[in-house]
Ligand binder design. Sequence first.
Ligand code: MRU
Length: 360
Amino acid sequence: MKIDGTAYRSIWVDPDDGWSVRIFDQTRLPWAVAVLRLTSVAEAMHAIASMQVRGAPLIGAVAAYGVCLAVRADASTEAMERDCAALAATRPTAVNLRWAIGRMLTRLRNTVPAERVAAAYEEAGRIADEDVAQCEAIGRHGVGLIAEIAARTTRRVNVLTHCNAGWLATVDWGTALAPIYMACERGIDLHVWVDETRPRNQGAALTAWELGSHGVPHRVIADNAGGHLMQHGEVDLVIVGTDRVACNGDVANKIGTYLKALAAHDNGVPFWVALPGTTIDWTVAEGRDIPIEERSPAEVTDITGRTADGRIETVRVTPSGAANPAFDVTPARLVTGLITERGRCAASAEGLLSLFPERR
Ligand code: MRU
């Protein structure tokens, strides 16, 4: 997707040295567009844990390149297994992390140490390219939902999204935002309500920034505003991403997603979840088995922003301590359907298996 007219991916290998890994530091957006250079598996682990990179598919891609950096430093089987286990422990909820590391290990365990570096970069490149293709396909399968609403109304289509499931959360296109970008390309008159997404404000900081950079009309709303807007007919459709889908169609996503699904259900607003197949956890039967990350209370008690004179400052907003569950599970019964790279389906075991019959 574009920043000021130039297309970028969210992760790439530095063309000058051919091995170090470039990412945008998402902790500095929207105030600064800073590109970081990752040169070791420790830096890749820090990038994931500190949320310099975040979003399920991008976490997977960074982990894959983290494995490249690990075997570049030490290609022995012992070191590779140790580093992969450490990478897999950086964040618990997004299943793409473990999926990508598992895929890298499957390839590298079958490769002699002397050939592991080349094989690792090839496999990580494939993971990144496939993610782009999957997200583009999600866009193609999802844009019809927006087009159908546009065809029945003379006013603009209002889509609500939560957190950031755009190109910054994937390698390109995004999941929830891919249909939105494609609708814009088709000239559909649409507007996006962007949930601010406390505590880390991925909506206010990242989704608003990437939609603005690409020229998509949008406004940020307080997390509590969505229900009111739905009651007043101001939301035609909700599309969110997910960090892990259970076999029964339950979806884990950024904290607050469940409340939006409840409000959408109460108001008859379609609630769709967009995901690549890599986000389905075929080992987890139900959403309650998905591990929910508990992050630092400081993310709730403190807020970072830009002062009027341009300084970036962090201030305390609560007098006491806080709890910070970072994800919640939306039960499948509240999900209108899933948008995947293979098409749309019901949020159910049957729905998922109809698109992924090889998992039967
Ligand atoms: O904690 P984050 O910012 O990594 O959480 C991200 C989300 O919850 C996204 O909605 C999800 O990963 C889908 S991203 C395509």
